[in-house]
Design a protein around this ligand. Structure first.
Ligand code: NAP
Length: 317
């Protein structure tokens, strides 16, 4: 296809989000000679940037999420994609394309791929907001070092909770996983890894319903979900932490009014990652889907970029 000349604020394709979906899309788009800009607001890799280890991406036996994110970015850039930092405030469809407004800039694009991932779900217990950053955390890799030698609780029974527990077991003295049902959602192979760590224990059928303290947490209220009974445990102030790892909600704010959402809150796309807005594609964890993994995000990105290429080509045909 014809390579279109663009000014820095006019692009063929803008990709919002620098995770595996975004950088995979950027790689495919750049290889198809699209003038491609990725806008990322944090570390390359998105959610995986805080993952201690990725060991299920084919061909990469073990790699930290941060390293894999950097590699994906470098790969896309080596193919010709550009990336910039910025927080996208709005995405508007108009007659000739899209306007993307960031906190720094305004950019025009013929087509847009949104790959904004998902954000951590709250644990919904009393005191959660008050003690966020003062005993309540959502990221072991980010905040684990503050709990060296301390006692931590992890709420959740999925892969994230298991990963967070394994990571924190190398820092904290004592790690307890709080699972609300009598079974983990994470697969058995993953859960079995916990038994190799003597400082990890599990409380099944238990919920944390309240945290309280003064500057930091010093009491936690637990509920036994089998009996409904509650009890309070006290700790020295600052000696305890609660990590919430109960899943993620698709980050769909930017496409409100431009795309339909499914029952899980993710964007409904067609098999080409297309939305109800021509030229707008969504990829990765923000989509309504059954398996949110690096490999599925990367696949979405490749499909979306290929569809965007054909869409842009159709505009000039
Ligand atoms: P998830 O698989 O949805 O699991 C969420 C867990 O939190 C479930 O055990 C759920 O309990 C529990 N939960 C939800 N709300 C709760 C609440 N208010 N209070 C207490 N517990 C609550 O979420 P995830 O672990 O974040 O994983 C998200 C996706 O990423 C999954 O597809 C997962 O496989 C993937 N992932 C993969 C890896 C890996 O392969 N290395 C690592 C991380 C994440 P119930 O089971 O009772 O609903």
């Amino acid at each position: 296809m014809e390579v279109l000349m663009s000014t820095p604020n006019q692009r063929d394709l803008v990709i919002i989000g620098g995770g595996p979906a975004g950088y995979s899309a950027a790689l495919y788009a750049a290889r198809a000679s699209l003038d491609t800009l990725v806008i990322e607001q944090g570390m390359p890799g998105g959610q995986i940037a805080t993952s201690d280890m990725i060991d299920n991406y084919p061909g990469i036996e073990q790699c930290s999420g941060a390293e894999l994110g950097q590699k994906m970015k470098a790969h896309a850039e080596s193919a010709g994609a550009q990336s910039t930092y910025g927080s996208v405030q709005s995405l508007i469809r108009h007659e000739s394309g899209f306007t993307i407004t960031t906190d720094m800039d305004s950019i025009e694009a013929k087509s847009v791929i949104v790959a904004t991932g998902a954000t951590p779900r709250p644990g919904n217990f009393s005191g959660e907001e008050t003690y966020r950053g003062r005993g309540v955390s959502y990221c072991a890799t980010c905040d684990g070092m503050f709990y060296r030698g301390k006692h931590v609780f992890i709420i959740g029974g999925g892969n994230s909770a298991v990963e967070e527990a394994l990571y924190l077991s190398n820092l904290a003295d004592q790690v307890e996983i709080i699972v609300r049902r009598d079974v983990f959602r994470a697969p058995r192979g993953m859960v079995d890894r916990l038994s190799a760590k003597p400082n990890i224990s599990i409380r099944y059928q238990t919920s944390i319903i309240e945290v309280a303290g003064s500057t930091f947490i010093n009491t936690i209220t637990f509920r036994d979900n089998a009996t409904g009974k509650t009890h309070v445990e006290s700790y020295d102030e600052g000696s305890v932490g609660v990590f919430v790892a109960v899943g993620h909600d698709p980050a769909t704010n930017l496409v409100a009014g431009l795309a339909e959402l499914g029952p899980d809150g993710g964007v409904l796309t067609d098999e080409h990652m297309g939305t109800t807005t021509p030229g707008l594609y969504c990829a990765g964890d923000m989509r309504s889907k059954s398996l949110r993994q690096v490999v599925t995000a990367a696949a979405d990105g490749a499909i979306a970029a290929t569809a965007a290429y054909h869409y842009i080509e159709s505009l000039t045909a």
